[in-house]
Write a protein that binds this ligand. Structure first.
Ligand code: GAR
Length: 206
């Protein structure tokens, strides 16, 4: 039996992707890693309630409470080190991490993005805005991507992608829901398990 790696999930909102990870952990689909902490960049978001309901330690590190990104990230690092985190999962985390932060966790930070990268990604493309842009462009297929996080926003190595059809009459909200249901909630837990397994094997000297 491999010792599971220690995972922190960083969130900023509703936390449906966090829920998908919790569900995967509960049913055993995610077993090479364990969610040890959930950190929110916004106070009182529903993701924190989801974590509390699952018995996971929660932290709020409000981005607005810090003038400088360095101070915000220093607090994040303090928690991550205290929790001895091996793998960081950005699940609807709406802050861009600095190159000095991402350099500390090479191929140990994973993000889920609601489009098929390299379409509709990079700075300014987050949440509903991604789906608004996809609809404005008139694409017929969109989807989701799970990738490693490096110094380029949405630019790290791609781990998994899944395509989702755009349908006539879609609104950004309807499309967002379909992309979550048909892509994000499936590929994120699978990617987290796959990366956790690799890290666990390394940690256990296999
Ligand atoms: C998800 O669609 C996620 O892919 C997106 O925000 C939503 C968060 O929902 N993330 C980004 O746009 C990051 N660039 P959730 O809080 O319910 O998981």
């Amino acid at each position: 039996m491999l010792t599971p790696v220690r995972i922190a999930v960083l969130v900023s909102g509703g936390g449906t992707n966090l829920q998908a990870l919790i569900d995967a952990q509960n049913c055993g689909a995610l077993h090479s890693g364990r969610i040890e902490a959930v950190i929110s960049s916004k106070p009182e978001v529903y993701a924190l309630t989801r974590a509390e309901n699952a018995g996971i330690r929660t932290y709020t590190v409000s981005r607005k409470a810090f003038d400088a990104r360095e101070a915000f990230e220093a607090r994040l690092l303090e928690i991550l080190e205290q929790e001895q985190i091996d793998l960081i999962v950005l699940a609807g985390f709406m802050c861009i991490l600095s190159p000095s932060f991402t350099a500390r966790y090479p191929e140990r930070i994973i993000n889920v993005h609601p489009s098929l990268i390299p379409a509709f990604c990079g700075e300014g493309f987050y949440g509903l805005r991604v789906h608004e842009a996809a609809l404005a462009k008139g694409v017929k297929v969109t989807g989701a991507t799970v990738h490693f996080v490096n110094e380029i926003p949405d630019g790290g190595r791609i781990i998994a992608q899944k395509a989702v059809d755009v349908e006539d009459g879609d609104t950004p909200e309807i499309l967002q829901k379909r992309v979550m249901e048909q892509a994000e909630w499936l590929i994120l837990p699978a990617a987290v398990e796959a990366v956790s397994r690799q890290l666990a094997e390394r940690k256990n000297g296999k």
